[in-house]
Design a binder for this molecule. Structure first.
Ligand code: SF4
Ligand code: SF4
Length: 347
């Protein structure tokens, strides 16, 4: 497809953009320091204000077509509680968060409790005026996942549909933008990930690639063509793909990872019903209302091994957990998704 000439430099030359980027960087460094200094607070929480989504990607188990938005007062209460737990980064996801009528207020409250505000969106509802409102609300990070170049029956998160939105983001967004492309999960043309990655970089965004996981967040080996795409993107690593790491390499090679999942402690997933779960793919564990989630829960989960960890593909939880990989061996074990329950493995 023909892509218009991009002018990513214009936005980044603006004094307002430079100042906001510098302040954001300083806040991020503070978060890293705080996370290293203490293990007793969540580094990241993902919060769902809206299970409804305006799209219907074939591989997705994180949306429906009927849910109402979570009432704004309830969303603000949940954010306040995450603030009391000391959460450093709160990422809004869904469903599609841009369909929530109180989204700007949610972002403002996240900033008010002192956390970095992130959002994962399919981007369909972005227009210049909406992007400006996100700027004014104080959004720090936005991620759009683009699955293919042309829409098909698997996914309509397509570069052809979203390219205009990306151009508007390049022109108007004060916040950091990451474009995530994917392989696996029935995506027909793995080469599309390369086109999407190049376009993201051309527009001045960062770019990552993920492997679509199955319904349990578990690993599916890559096919030969997918692996070749993966290798090519790895060759871009030094230039633009700093987020590649050993964890993702092991996934691509269908190898287990040796790591300590700190979900339920350093990472929390808060569903639309206000329950705390390990992650989007292990909903129901621990399944406790956020309002009742306390320091003792964080401390317990920090030291609880999850048996799904070796073949897990949830890279954001891995990245968060990596901060503590060198300390605090886990002394209990749980098998989410089974009836095994909690087993003490301390000697
Ligand atoms: S846009 Fe996102 S939430 Fe909506 S169906 Fe697709 S993957 Fe799921
Ligand atoms: S290892 Fe952790 S992040 Fe991965 S699926 Fe299990 S609970 Fe979720």
């Amino acid at each position: 497809m023909a892509t218009p000439i991009a002018q990513p430099g214009l936005r980044k030359q603006a004094p307002r953009w430079k100042l906001k980027a510098a302040v954001r960087k300083a806040r991020e460094l503070t978060i890293v320091g705080h996370a290293l200094a203490s293990t007793r607070h969540p580094v990241m929480a993902q919060i769902v204000p809206m299970r409804y989504c305006n799209l219907s990607c074939a591989y997705c188990n994180e949306y429906d077509k009927v849910s109402e938005p979570v009432p704004i007062d309830e969303m603000l209460r949940r954010i306040d509680h995450l603030g009391r737990l000391g959460t450093s980064i709160i990422t809004i996801s869904g469903g599609e968060p841009l369909t929530h009528p109180g989204l700007d207020e949610v972002i403002r409250r996240i900033r008010k409790v002192g956390a970095l505000a992130g959002m994962i969106t399919n981007g369909y509802l972005l227009v210049p005026e909406r992007i400006e409102r996100l700027n004014n609300a104080g959004l720090d990070h936005l991620q759009i996942s683009i699955d293919n170049v042309e829409p098909d029956e698997i996914s309509k998160k397509s570069l052809k549909v979203l390219d205009k939105k990306l151009q508007w983001l390049a022109e108007y967004a004060d916040f950091h933008v990451n474009i995530n492309s994917v392989v696996g999960g029935g995506i027909k043309n793995p080469q599309d990930a390369l086109v999407i990655g190049r376009r993201a970089i051309q527009l001045g965004f960062t770019s990552t690639i993920g492997i679509i996981h199955d319904g349990d967040g578990q690993l599916k080996p890559l096919g030969e063509v997918e692996r070749r795409v993966w290798e090519e993107m790895r060759s871009w690593k030094k230039k633009n793909y700093s987020r590649f790491n050993q964890f993702q390499e092991a996934i691509a090679n269908a190898q287990p990872n040796d790591w300590r999942c700190r979900a339920g402690s350093r990472y929390l997933y808060i569903c639309e019903n206000g329950l705390v779960h390990y992650c989007s793919q292990q909903r129901g564990f621990p399944g406790v209302p956020l309002a009742e989630y306390m320091q003792t829960d964080l401390d317990r989960e920090f030291l609880t091994e999850k048996t799904c960890a070796p073949h897990c593909t949830i890279s954001c939880v891995h990245q968060i957990s990596h901060i503590d990989h060198w300390r605090a061996p886990q002394t209990s074990r749980i098998s989410p998704g089974t009836t095994d329950g909690l087993v003490n493995i301390s000697t």
